[in-house]
Design a protein around this ligand. Structure first.
Ligand SMILES: [Zn+2]
Length: 146
């Protein structure tokens, strides 16, 4: 475990164990909405990519992903989460009912926060666990077949 400062938080992270978890095969939904997210996430702003890298998370493998709706100008809003091995040492936690400017941070098209309200966690995930919650606005890159 080592300590990192990330935006408003001080976290203790175990990159090795988290990376090992993400190196496994994930069952990934192949619907159009999820496929679009997984394509769009390959082109991330450096500030967002750095968050995933520093935590050891592979962004193409979300623990949970849901699609809200199509927004203006071909953008799609998503909500989801990732898990990593670590602890929040300093900084506010968020949860689904309490999501605001003080317990989240916006980095380009991603708004993220950390939660200890664990959901969709695989049984074999190493302890201790933190959940990264996000809302993201992603470009729509898929060709819709009607
Ligand atoms: Zn899907």
């Amino acid at each position: 475990m080592h300590e990192i400062k990330l935006a408003k938080w001080v976290l203790e992270v175990d990159m090795e164990q988290t990376r090992e978890f993400y190196s496994k095969d994930f069952e990934i939904c192949d619907c159009l909405n999820c496929t679009n997210f997984l394509e769009s996430i390959k082109i991330l702003d450096a500030s967002v990519a750095a968050v995933f890298k520093n935590l050891g998370i592979d962004p193409i493998k979300p623990g949970h992903l849901s699609d809200f709706s199509a927004m203006d100008e071909g953008m799609h809003e998503y909500m989801g989460s990732y898990n990593f091995v670590g602890k929040v040492l300093e900084g506010e936690l968020c949860n689904k009912e309490n999501w605001n400017d003080s317990n989240t941070v916006q980095l380009k098209n991603f708004t993220i926060g950390f939660s200890d309200d664990l959901e969709f966690l695989p049984d074999d995930f190493p302890q201790p666990v933190v959940q990264l919650e996000f809302v993201a606005l992603m470009p729509w890159t898929q060709v819709e077949i009607k």
